[in-house]
Design a protein around this ligand. Structure first.
Ligand SMILES: *Cc1c(COP(=O)(O)O)cnc(C)c1O
Length: 395
């Protein structure tokens, strides 16, 4: 017997019996593209039209002079470091709260990650902490837009220009966002010297795996080309992958607009219901702005006290809501011998414990689904004591 109005973890009916999946099935334009690639044989070739077309379409979309397709976003970040001429012993600054592979890529080059703290409001890399991190070995800064938030690229680029550093912009979670850069809006990935996209299996543009590097710096593009072309491509994206990405890119703006509208709707409901969640992204649609977030995840600072962050997330999972704990902060999960820090990491400590992120597929559902998400969170928090005491789901 299920009981109404109780969280699913306490025996209630799950709020979402069938949570939305990604990629959506069916996705007709994508299926047609795959079918055409099957029928004309391009799926089985080294050199067909699709990678060429995708390079052109991405270059067009981003106003990028150089686009290098590759096997993953992770490899793309490594390529940017090589393109930036980062060498063993050099230092690369990145936020202490970032995608683990970015840290590992710096190590893979033989360089040293230097971790800096986050902006207290947005939990993105704090440009104010760059000065304390810099040394004469610093070569590059990795700026990742995470969970719907956007790094202050104007400040990062201004600092980098002053000190001759390369800015690597990780737009894997922000594909199609517009980033304010010196008062102008630029496509995410094009605000620094070189940008990275991921086409991994859950991303806004997906071919299961894949990535791309974008840059207007001819020298960086040339070094990356030399590194990847070894008489054969070392980290290729396939024709079939490119074929299924093309129709997705054509729909990206429209889908991003829907996701933004829905994320804003959720933020308004959270405020109205007084839920202890503070969005990382600026979500007031009313203010005109030269920046516009994109939502691979909708990140929040969880400020609740009665229920642990991890328990809130696991209870929501049972209700079919894909709200997950954020990343582990890098300084808390790696040996001190592997990195240097630039100043205190107080915000990155809190983010490690209190960041939550809602996965994007729900944002393409209707408004009622978003209201249902907010009500489900409210209901779990209203039963905080019982939910805390319930056995771990699945145990
Ligand atoms: C997904 C992601 C990447 C790259 O991931 P791949 O799975 O290797 O394509 C890089 N940075 C961030 C912030 C990401 O979210």
């Amino acid at each position: 017997m299920t009981e109404p109005d109780r969280p699913a973890i306490l025996g209630g009916e799950p709020a979402f019996a069938k949570p939305p999946s990604w990629p959506p099935v069916p996705w007709l334009e994508v299926e047609e593209a795959a079918q055409r690639a099957m029928q004309d044989g391009s799926w089985g070739r080294y050199h067909g039209p699709h990678c060429r077309d995708l390079v052109e379409a991405l270059a067009d979309y981003h106003s990028a002079e150089n686009v290098q397709l590759c096997a993953s976003g992770t490899v793309a970040v490594e390529l940017t470091l090589r393109g930036a001429k980062v060498e063993p012993g050099d230092e690369v600054i990145l936020a202490a709260y970032d995608f683990k592979a970015n840290f590992q890529n710096v190590l893979a080059i033989g360089a040293v990650p230097v971790l800096v703290d986050l902006d207290p409001q947005t939990w993105q890399l704090n440009p104010g902490s760059l000065e304390a991190a810099r040394s004469d070995k610093t070569k590059a800064i990795i700026a990742s837009h995470l969970h719907g938030g956007l790094v202050d690229m104007t400040a990062v680029c201004e600092f980098a220009a002053r000190h001759g550093l390369v800015v690597i912009e990780d737009a894997c979670q922000a594909t199609g966002a517009t980033v304010s850069s010196n008062g102008d809006g630029r496509p995410a990935g094009m605000a620094g010297d070189v940008g990275v996209l991921s086409f991994g299996g859950s991303k806004l543009l997906t071919s299961g795996r894949g990535g791309a590097v974008l840059t207007n710096r001819a020298d960086i593009a040339q070094r990356i080309r030399l590194y990847t072309h070894r008489g054969n491509e070392a980290y290729p994206l396939s024709e079939l992958q490119a074929a299924v990405l093309l129709p997705q890119l054509r729909q990206l703006d429209e889908m991003n607009a829907t996701r933004l509208r829905q994320a804003s709707h959720l933020a308004r409901l959270i405020e109205k219901l007084n839920l202890p969640l503070k969005p990382l992204a600026p979500l007031s649609l009313e203010e005109p702005s030269s920046s516009q977030p994109a939502f691979y995840k909708v990140g929040f600072q969880y400020t609740g006290e009665g229920l642990s962050r991890d328990r809130l997330c696991s209870a929501l999972r049972v209700d079919g809501v894909a709200l997950d704990p954020g990343f582990r902060s890098l300084h808390r999960t790696h040996s001190r011998r592997r990195f240097r820090t630039g100043g205190e990491l107080a915000q990155a400590d809190v983010a490690d414990e209190r960041c939550v992120m809602l996965h994007h597929p729900i944002l393409l559902e209707n408004e009622a689904a978003i209201e249902h998400v907010a009500r489900t969170i409210e209901r779990i928090l209203a039963h905080a004591e019982e939910v805390s005491a319930a056995p771990e789901p699945g145990s």
